[in-house]
Write a protein that binds this ligand. Structure first.
Ligand code: ATP
Ligand code: MG
Length: 291
């Protein structure tokens, strides 16, 4: 299956440059009320597609969300998935790994959370943290007790990226549709959102001192994101770098890509063959014969 075309699709040839990726929406975007209405329509489309996905029971869909803090991952997940049967959808948020998780390879904990066939799985953060936050803070590798000579070297990160690329290829070949979204918020917009979290009492709970500390490593994060997206955007597991400075535009952009991808998937409600149809008639006869 070919990824759906989009101005935000990250090139497959490793040429991606983050500096050339937009954080602002296009100037001619529809106004807010139109975007909201469009999102509602797409919510309905996705809800219907998920029913077919479930009935077809051959594919699963994995949506990976990565972003700097305050880019809007949570809100995007909530609004893009709104209306989908909760039973058909599984969301996991990946935080700092536990001791048990550190005692396994870095793909173990994410593999355990993959969606079952027929379901949509959402990763709020993911295995990519292992080439993002861990790359920015290579001291985190110490807790991983890796039997390698060169932890934290350029070759080490390239091997990790290759491992991710291969693993995602395996997932795609075995029926998981992998779509990855980098919500690309600007340095200036992140500052505004942090200030809003400090200023508005109902947003205070979202603020964390650590977020400002990580903001201090902005350039290192951008370098890690660029390397990760360039190395792992592939036809079987594309990355989309979505402008995140306007949340309404961003949610619609994500939703369009998800629904267009599902529209291209060869899924359908299972049909009934002649033998089964004959059994149905038999059952109908029994039901109708009840007094
Ligand atoms: P929110 O703040 O919106 O609730 P969040 O995803 O930022 O959501 P937090 O609990 O604030 O959640 O942060 C989780 C932290 O865990 C992030 O700083 C992230 O970088 C870190 N993290 C995730 N995976 C790993 C990993 N494999 N190794 C080290 N740190 C990780
Ligand atoms: Mg956080």
């Amino acid at each position: 299956m070919q990824p759906v075309p989009s101005p935000y699709l990250v090139a497959f040839d490793g040429s991606f440059r983050l500096a050339a990726a937009e954080t602002a929406p296009p100037s001619d975007r529809p106004d807010r009320s139109l975007l909201k209405a469009r999102l509602r329509d797409l919510n309905d489309v996705l809800a219907d597609q998920q029913r077919v996905l479930y009935a077809d029971n051959r594919y699963s869909v994995l949506l990976v969300f990565q972003a700097m803090d305050a880019a809007g991952k949570d809100g995007t997940i909530r609004r893009v998935l709104r209306g989908v049967n909760p039973a058909g959808c599984q969301v996991f948020s990946f935080k700092q790994p536990s001791a048990e998780e550190l005692d396994h390879d870095f793909l173990w904990r994410v593999a355990k959370r993959l969606p079952e066939r027929g379901r949509i799985g959402v990763f709020n953060r993911s295995h990519y943290e292992e080439v993002l936050v861990v790359r920015v803070h290579p001291e985190y590798l110490e807790a991983q007790n890796l039997p390698v000579e060169d932890p934290g070297s350029a070759a080490f990160w390239n091997r990790r990226l290759e491992a991710i690329e291969r693993w995602e290829r395996h997932l795609a070949e075995t029926g998981t549709v992998v779509l990855k979204f980098f919500l690309n918020v600007s340095h200036a917009e992140q500052k505004e959102r942090f200030l809003a979290r400090l200023d508005e009492p109902e947003k205070n709970w979202k603020f964390s001192v650590g977020d400002v500390r990580e903001r201090g490593h902005w350039d290192d994060y951008m370098g890690a994101y660029e390397a990760a997206l360039a190395a792992t955007s592939r036809p079987w597991a594309p990355w989309y770098a979505i402008p995140a400075d306007d949340k309404h535009y961003m949610r619609v952009a994500v939703s369009e890509i998800v629904t267009s991808t599902l529209a291209g998937l060869p899924i359908s409600y299972p049909t009934v063959d002649d033998a089964e149809r004959a059994r149905f008639d038999e059952m109908r006869g029994l039901l109708e014969a009840e007094s």
